[in-house]
Design a protein around this ligand. Structure first.
Ligand SMILES: [Zn+2]
Ligand SMILES: [Zn+2]
Length: 420
């Protein structure tokens, strides 16, 4: 279990006297007070780094804090540790025979969950465990004009993968600074398909879609409160507007949204008016998987396209539509493609799993998932030089924060200048 210090609660008799020390003498900022009528307490939060002090002032004589101060004088009242999964934390403590005040989580402030551990179990300190409310993260569509083409970044939500697997041979002490892992060592990744509007309306990749079963959704901690359907609507588009759908490769987190399951269970193409473009070699590999890649290729995401007669198998360098060309990178899968988008002298690149996040910018930061890592290295090395020289706008399909940016070489280090 991993716990972070959230705050330290301090019972005070008179908040003005306490502020004379915490605010005036120490010079700390105090947040506006919050009343907690059920406890007959007023809380004054004092941020200190990642954690806070909470000055607790009784608002009535029968409040718990008033009684505490009366009995023991002002002082340390409780410490609060924040955990990812409070239910699991309590189960573990029960198993270890720890005495709890709350056997099950109860509602805390701001939609979070809390539970108290008995002070006798924690060497005289009242310990509050807290699971903060999960805020739904949303990536709204962002438009970017590239010459005569309009690019729109979309979102199919978020998922998590093992941090070690995402960074291959890079030690955790290095990658965890860029991508903080959860209690199961997983890091958060976005799924950001891209629309290109020109002579036609093209969708590149489509996220994991809604066909994953409960076990897979849990395994990958899929968050799709806001998904591709919402993003298309916010971009003023419907599934009917998409003429072309292109796959960088056929892994489930890229093409799960290519098909949908009808109420009667049949699988159909999700975009009824679109032709679907898939690299011929990638199709062969996906339809003949082996032990190392089988978990990533889910046939329900692509086989129905062939059945429906909407599949076009394409080759390296195919011109997808005016200004949009496939370019083989290999590395991640044998036929993994990046997509070059050019108009009026400007160039953008949909890098898919070659630069999944901005943390993968250094040459050697290569995913453990890559089947041909030396090929990835070779591609990244020459491609990064080209992207820096020619000022490409690079799209990072899995980055949880930055949708697109330009690679720069600054003081001997490769960096990303955020654009979207
Ligand atoms: Zn992949
Ligand atoms: Zn991926």
């Amino acid at each position: 279990m991993k716990a972070r210090l959230d705050h330290v609660g301090i019972a005070v008799k008179n908040v003005d006297q306490a502020l004379a020390f915490y605010r005036d003498a120490l010079g700390l900022q105090i947040e506006p007070p919050e009343d907690v009528p059920s406890q007959r307490v007023r809380a004054h939060f004092v941020p200190v780094g990642d954690a806070a002090l909470e000055l607790l002032e009784p608002t009535a004589d029968d409040s718990v804090i008033a009684r505490y101060v009366e009995r023991r004088g002002p002082g340390l009242h409780h410490i609060t540790l924040s955990v990812d999964d409070l239910g699991q934390a309590l189960a573990r403590l029960r198993e270890k025979g720890v005495r709890l005040i709350d056997d099950t989580p109860r509602e805390g402030a701001e939609g979070g969950l809390i539970a108290f551990v008995h002070p006798s179990a924690a060497h005289g300190v009242l310990v509050e465990l807290k699971q903060p409310a999960r805020r739904a993260r949303v990536h709204k569509p962002v438009r970017h004009q590239l010459g005569k083409l309009e690019l729109i970044t979309l979102s199919d939500g978020f998922f998590r993968l093992d941090g070690g697997a995402m960074f291959g041979v890079v030690p955790r002490t290095l990658w965890e600074q860029q991508s903080p892992p959860d209690d199961w060592n997983r890091i958060t990744l976005a799924m950001r398909p891209l629309v290109v509007r020109g002579e036609r309306t093209l969708l590149i990749d489509a996220g994991c879609g809604d066909k994953l079963d409960a076990k897979a959704r849990d395994l990958y901690s899929v968050e799709r409160d806001y998904h591709l359907q919402h993003a298309l609507a916010d971009a003023g588009l419907t599934a009917n507007d998409i003429d072309l759908v292109l796959a960088s490769h056929l892994h489930f987190d890229h093409v799960g949204g290519f098909t949908a399951r009808e109420p009667d269970g049949t699988l159909v193409p999700r975009f009824p008016n679109a032709r679907y473009l898939v690299h011929r070699g990638e199709w062969d590999d996906a339809t003949h998987p082996h032990e190392r890649n089988r978990a990533s290729y889910l046939p329900e995401n692509f086989l129905p396209l062939e059945g429906a007669g909407v599949l076009d198998l394409v080759d390296d360098g195919t011109l997808v539509m005016a200004g949009v060309t496939l370019r083989r990178s290999g590395g991640h899968t044998r036929h993994h493609q990046v997509v070059m988008i050019e108009s009026a002298g400007e160039v953008a690149v949909f890098a898919a799993d070659m630069f999944p996040t901005t943390a993968h910018i250094p040459d050697a930061w290569i995913m453990g998932y890559d089947l041909y890592p030396m090929e990835t290295l070779e591609f990244k090395r020459s491609f990064a030089r080209e992207a820096i020289d020619r000022q490409y706008l690079v799209f990072f399909e899995h980055d949880p924060v930055i949708a697109a940016g330009r690679l720069r070489h600054v003081d001997g280090r490769r960096t990303v200048e955020r654009v979207l």
